[in-house]
Design a protein around this ligand. Structure first.
Ligand code: UT7
Length: 328
């Protein structure tokens, strides 16, 4: 059976930094509350004249360059985003046009903050089946556009950014296992209610701020701790490995307390966690690929390392990919 793996990676975050002190001027919050309750100090916010596909295209170009492929070599683009440019066409099609990947099919995946894990898992199937050779997987988010900047419960959490990988057949290592899950009975816990067919945009939906993210933080928190542990265990078991074999976990960066509680249950060493939450906040589908890119660039993750990506989020959805890093 063919093996699929990451052969190129890249990421992009906007230049503008928003501090907790900046947020103190906007809503009733404090730097102390945000740091202790979430672990976030800074986040990046995209420029007014940009959108999700611009950041995704930037990350994609870097991943292609790293993989030494030209855009024409890409057979498929899968974009994971909870903040797409628009309902349709897909952000994947817009990125296809922006980077000139004229031979690629393109589609989006909507799986909340688990989007990148879902998209990567999907890409692997196209490679191992032999249908496609080179697939671009992008996690891109401009959450600042769908954040309610008057709601202190959510606006302190999110940030903008994008990460991308190229998936191809590899001889050694690659994606060892994938595990996905969903529970739609929790759909209301993390939701952007209006703007779709159920609640089309109207003066009323705008006035009631229903085009912004709404979250039941406590319920999502409890779910996240439980599911992070479960997804990590399921993916390692599927690969016939144990947590002791894992060199690094790259978790979805939602809240430091969620991650601390889950890794304690997993008895996993905290120093082997890849984190960037403090600097970027929660970038949804972009959190995992940006963190992975940074850990590879600063030479923490090296060829042969066993790396576990674990996501959880709106849907509710969750999932994990276990991989052996296969690039120098
Ligand atoms: O990425 C997708 C997955 N998302 C997540 O995993 C997020 C999961 N949830 C969380 O991370 C946490 O639930 C939050 C960070 C959102 C909230 O933390 P919490 O410890 O669960 O706080 P809470 O919602 O229980 O609120 C505690 C208090 C409340 O005040 P009262 O009612 O006790 O007086 C809130 O109103 O903290 C208040 N509060 C704030 N205070 C200052 C909520 N947000 C803020 C704020 N600044 N920004």
């Amino acid at each position: 059976m063919k093996k699929a793996g990451i052969i190129g990676i890249g990421s992009y975050v906007p230049d503008r930094v928003v501090t907790n002190l900046d947020l103190e001027k906007m809503v009733d919050t404090t730097d102390e509350w945000i740091k202790t309750r979430t672990g976030i100090s800074l986040r990046r916010i995209g420029p007014e004249n940009a959108c999700t596909s611009d950041m995704g295209a930037e990350a994609a170009r870097k991943a292609l360059e790293h993989a030494r492929l030209s855009p024409e070599n890409i057979d498929l683009i899968i974009v994971a985003s909870a903040s797409p440019d628009m309902i349709f066409p897909s952000t994947a099609c817009i990125i296809q046009s922006k980077i000139g990947a004229s031979n690629a099919a393109a589609f989006d995946i909507q799986a909340g903050c688990t989007g990148f894990v879902y998209a990567l898992t999907c890409a692997v199937q196209f490679i191992v089946s032999g249908m496609y050779k080179n697939i671009l997987v992008v996690g891109a988010e401009m959450l600042s556009r769908i954040t309610d900047w008057e709601d202190r419960n959510t606006c302190v959490l999110f940030g903008d950014g994008a990460g991308a990988v190229v998936i191809s057949e590899v001889e050694e290592g690659g994606i060892l296992s994938s595990y996905l899950g969903a529970d739609g009975t929790g759909a209301d816990l993390l939701i952007l209610p209006a703007g779709g067919s159920k609640e089309p945009a109207s003066i009323d939906t705008v006035a009631k701020r229903r085009h912004f993210i709404q979250m039941n933080g406590n319920e999502v928190f409890k779910f996240a701790v439980r599911i992070l542990e479960e997804a990590a265990r399921k993916a390692t078991e599927k690969a016939n490995l144990s947590m002791n074999d894992v060199d690094y976990i790259v978790p979805h960066q939602a809240n430091i307390r969620i991650i601390d509680a889950a890794v304690k249950r997993l008895k996993f060493p905290r120093e082997q966690l890849v984190m960037n939450l403090d600097r970027y906040g929660n970038m949804s589908s972009a959190s995992i690929p940006v963190a992975l890119d940074e850990a590879y660039r600063d030479k923490r993750i090296k060829r042969g390392d066993i790396v576990l990506l674990v996501g959880f989020g709106a849907g509710l959805t969750w999932g994990a990919n276990l991989l052996e890093w296969s690039i120098d």
